[in-house]
Design a protein around this ligand. Structure first.
Ligand code: UDP
Ligand code: MG
Length: 324
């Protein structure tokens, strides 16, 4: 294997239906580019035949294929992290296995890097997902844009290109539960975004339930900003100030109309509803605090982020990996 210029990193979890279609399109698309490349598949503990299919593909194209086999399911971003730790190329592309990101777009990402960008994000031109996913994701993009310092038009699209320096910075961050495109943004000097096509999943179904999407977004926000905590203390302060003010108003009212004790300002609001609202607010604050404490807890345990069972690859004769 000559030193690859481009490493393509693809996380795979239960994709037996899409892998043959992916192989059929990905290899020709890369061959056409005329650059030395390698493809690193990470099997994220699939319970279907994905690992076997990857093994067979490795045997078919050992010159450009490498396979990292995980010991269990550690999630898409940890799979990409493992891929990053093993890349040999100087430019790294991430791609989903389900062909939602057309491999034919890789050339456009590389062209943007030729123009001097060290991080190329992507925006799905016409997103082919359910209406609910599209709206939810628009709302999350909006919120992330305001809460964190990360500016991405379309955080959900994984078809991205990274300079090797950024990938090395990412792998040396020992963060648990991270969101790789956002982390990369923090390290990029000259990021850009390009429009890419988007397709419906070629086969199989999304690996994300509503709950795991919610978790992912919580991790994104709490992993990159403490603004939710700060906003929360502001809310707490505002509520406290408001209640003192209302108390003063009530006392004055009682003093002026000593006969109608219950007709004070507070009686204008339904006190029970107000109480429920405030209890909800306090519980939300506790939960929010818990999110951060949970992250600290996971971090201090410092367990390995993923476990690798085996790596299928030809020995690296170029020494590219020894450089780090
Ligand atoms: N994936 C993974 N581990 C997981 C979940 C997903 O490696 O725990 C991979 C999956 O095989 C695919 C990519 O991550 O290559 C994106 O997953 P999916 O297409 O299900 O997500 P969606 O497009 O619905 O956001
Ligand atoms: Mg998908």
């Amino acid at each position: 294997m000559s030193t690859p210029q481009v490493s393509v990193v693809i996380p795979v979890y239960n994709e037996e239906q899409t892998l043959p279609l992916l192989f059929a399109r990905l290899y020709p698309a890369l061959d056409k580019l005329g650059v030395a490349y390698e493809i690193i598949f990470i099997n994220d503990g699939s319970r279907d035949r994905s690992a076997g299919l990857l093994r067979r593909q490795y045997e078919e194209r050992p010159d450009v294929t490498r396979v990292v086999l995980f010991n269990g399911n550690f999630g898409q971003h940890m799979a990409i992290m493992a891929g990053f730790e093993n890349v040999r190329g100087s430019r790294i592309i991430t791609l989903d296995a389900d062909l939602q990101n057309p491999p034919e777009e890789i050339g456009n990402l590389l062209a943007a890097m030729d123009a001097g960008h060290d991080y190329v994000g992507s925006i799905r031109r016409q997103r082919q997902d359910s209406a609910f996913r599209r709206y939810a994701s628009r709302a999350m993009n909006w919120m992330r844009e305001r809460i964190t310092k990360i500016h991405m038009t379309d955080q959900g699209c994984m078809l991205r290109a990274y300079d090797r320096a950024i990938v090395d910075a990412i792998t040396s961050s020992r963060e648990i539960n991270t969101f790789i495109p956002a982390l990369a943004y923090n390290y990029a000097a000259n990021p850009t975004e390009i429009m890419v096509a988007h397709e419906e999943r070629a086969a199989g179904e999304s690996k994300y339930s509503l709950y795991s999407l919610l978790r992912l977004n919580f991790d994104l926000v709490t992993g990159f900003s403490i603004m939710p905590l700060q906003v929360f203390s502001l809310i707490g302060m505002t509520v406290a100030v408001l209640s003192v003010l209302s108390y003063i108003v009530v006392i004055i009212e009682r003093w002026v109309h000593a006969d109608s004790l219950s007709a004070g300002l507070l009686a204008l609001w339904d006190r029970d509803i107000l109480q429920f609202f405030l209890t909800g607010l306090v519980l939300f604050g506790l939960g929010l605090l818990g999110e951060y404490i949970g992250r600290i807890y996971q971090q201090v345990r410092s367990r390995p982020r993923f476990l690798i069972q085996a790596i299928l690859e030809k020995p690296d004769t170029s020494g590219a990996r020894l450089e780090r």
